[in-house]
Design a binder for this molecule. Structure first.
Ligand SMILES: [Zn+2]
Length: 383
C-alpha cells in the first residue's frame, strides 16, 4: 500500500471537509498526516523487482561484468531512521532520500551478486548508523571498494539537477579513490544523464567540511560517495519514486563498477618479512605487485602491464628507493637503519596500463623494541 499517496488524498479530503471554519480540528488532523514526516514515500515495488529484470532489456549483463567476480564491495545507503525529523532530506512533496538510497543500494547489490561479486550493505532497513560505523563495515571486512550512495538537494533552487561524485581530502590522499569516482561519474553521465552538469563532477569532500565527510574520512579502503541527482528538483523527485528509475540508476552504477574491475584492480602483497616485523636496523622488504590483469593470462600477459614510472614507495610519508623486475612483478625496497620501535607504514603506489591505481597501497610494518626493553615492559605490565 502506498501510504504516502493515501496521506495526500486524506489531507485533500480533510481540507475540503473542514474548510476554514474549524481551524483547530483541521490543524490537529494535518499534524497527524504531515507528508513531511511520512514513511514509504516511494512507489511500491516487490522485493524481487530488480532480480526479475536481470538479463532483460532493463538490466542487461554484458560479458565483461564477469570481472566483478570475487570483488568485495560495501554499499552504504545514506541516512535512515530520520523520518521523524520533519522535512529532513525530503523532496518538495516529502519523498525521502533515505528510502531512494536504500532501494538503489538493494538493486545494485542484486546486480553485483548476480555476477559473483561479494556485497554487504551497511543497512538493510530504515535505521540510522553513525558515519564511522558505515565506514567500519568496509574496514573490518577488508572490502575492496566502499560506496556511499546519496542523492542531492539544494534550498531555493528547484531547477538544479546534476551528478557529482565525491572523494576524500586531496587528490594525492588515495589515488584509487579517484579511479572509482571517475568510473562512477562517467558511468552516470552515460547511463543516468541529468539535464545539467557541473564541469568537473569529481569533488573533494573538503569543499563541504574542513575534515571532509565522516563516511569517507573513516574509510581505510578505496571509497567514493555518489550524489547521482537532485531530489530537490520537483520532476526528479517524482522520477526517484519509480522502481524502474531506481533500477536504471543501480544498473548504471553496476556497469561503471564492472568497467572499473575490467580495467584491472591493482594490489600489493608483502612477501618478506611475511609477518611484517622488521628490524630497527632496517633491511630488505620484498613485495609482489599485481596489476589486476596478468592473472587473466590473456594474449601478451607476460608483457609488463605496470607503468614503471608510476611506482613510488614511501616509508612513513618519505620516499625511499625501490627496485622492480617485470619477471615475477617483484619489488624490493631497503629500509633505512634507525627505525623507532612501533608501527611504520609502507605506502606502495603504482598504476597498471589502464591507469588504475593500487586499491590498498598501505602495508603496516612493525619494529619490536630491543629484546631487553621488551622483557622489562612485559614484566611491568604483568605486575
Ligand atoms: Zn544524502
Amino acid at each position: 500500500m502506498n501510504r504516502f499517496r493515501v496521506c495526500l488524498v486524506a489531507m485533500a479530503v480533510l481540507i475540503v471537509v473542514t474548510g476554514c471554519t474549524r481551524p483547530d480540528r483541521a490543524a490537529t488532523a494535518d499534524a497527524t498526516i504531515d507528508p513531511m514526516v511520512s514513511v514509504n514515500t516511494l512507489l511500491p515495488a516487490p522485493e524481487e523487482y530488480a532480480r526479475l529484470r536481470i538479463g532483460t532489456a532493463e538490466a542487461p549483463i554484458p560479458p565483461w561484468t564477469k570481472f566483478l567476480r570475487g570483488v568485495k564491495i560495501v554499499l552504504d545507503p545514506g541516512h535512515g531512521g530520520d523520518a521523524h525529523r520533519r522535512g529532513f532530506k525530503r523532496g518538495p512533496t516529502g519523498v525521502r532520500e533515505a528510502e531512494m538510497n536504500l532501494r538503489v543500494a538493494q538493486y545494485l547489490r542484486d546486480l553485483l551478486v548476480h555476477v559473483g561479486a561479494e556485497v554487504r550493505l551497511t543497512r538493510e532497513t530504515d535505521v540510522d548508523l553513525s558515519l564511522a560505523a558505515r565506514a567500519g563495515v568496509a574496514n573490518e571486512w577488508g572490502a575492496d571498494i566502499f560506496i556511499s550512495l546519496h542523492h542531492n538537494a539544494v534550498d531555493n533552487k528547484p531547477e538544479v539537477n546534476y551528478t557529482s561524485v565525491w572523494y576524500h581530502a586531496d587528490v594525492d590522499h588515495h589515488p584509487a579513490n579517484l579511479d572509482l569516482a571517475r568510473y562512477l561519474a562517467q558511468g552516470l553521465y552515460d547511463g543516468f544523464p541529468m539535464p545539467s552538469f557541473t564541469d568537473v563532477p569529481l569533488k573533494s569532500d573538503q569543499l563541504m567540511y574542513p575534515a571532509g565527510f565522516g563516511v569517507l574520512s573513516n574509510a581505510r579502503v578505496t571509497a567514493a560517495l555518489t550524489e547521482s541527482s537532485f531530489f530537490s528538483n520537483p520532476a526528479e523527485e517524482q522520477r526517484l519514486r519509480d522502481p524502474a528509475y531506481n533500477l536504471r540508476e543501480a544498473h548504471t552504477l553496476f556497469l561503471a563498477l564492472a568497467r572499473y574491475a575490467a580495467a584491472g584492480l591493482p594490489r600489493v602483497q608483502l612477501l618478506e618479512p611475511s609477518a611484517g616485523v622488521v628490524s630497527a636496523n632496517g633491511g630488505p622488504v620484498r613485495l609482489r605487485l599485481d596489476d589486476g590483469l596478468r592473472g587473466r593470462k590473456s594474449w601478451g600477459f607476460a608483457r609488463q602491464m605496470i607503468l614503471s614510472d608510476s611506482i613510488v614507495v614511501r616509508l612513513d610519508g618519505r620516499r625511499i628507493p625501490h627496485a622492480f623486475q617485470n619477471d615475477g612483478y617483484l619489488l624490493e625496497v631497503e629500509l633505512p637503519a634507525g627505525l623507532e620501535p612501533g608501527t611504520h607504514t609502507l605506502d606502495v603506489r603504482f598504476q597498471n596500463m589502464n591507469k588504475n591505481s593500487v586499491l590498498n597501497p598501505r602495508i603496516e610494518l612493525r619494529v619490536e623494541p630491543p629484546a631487553g626493553l621488551a622483557r622489562g615492559r612485559g614484566g611491568r605490565s604483568g605486575g
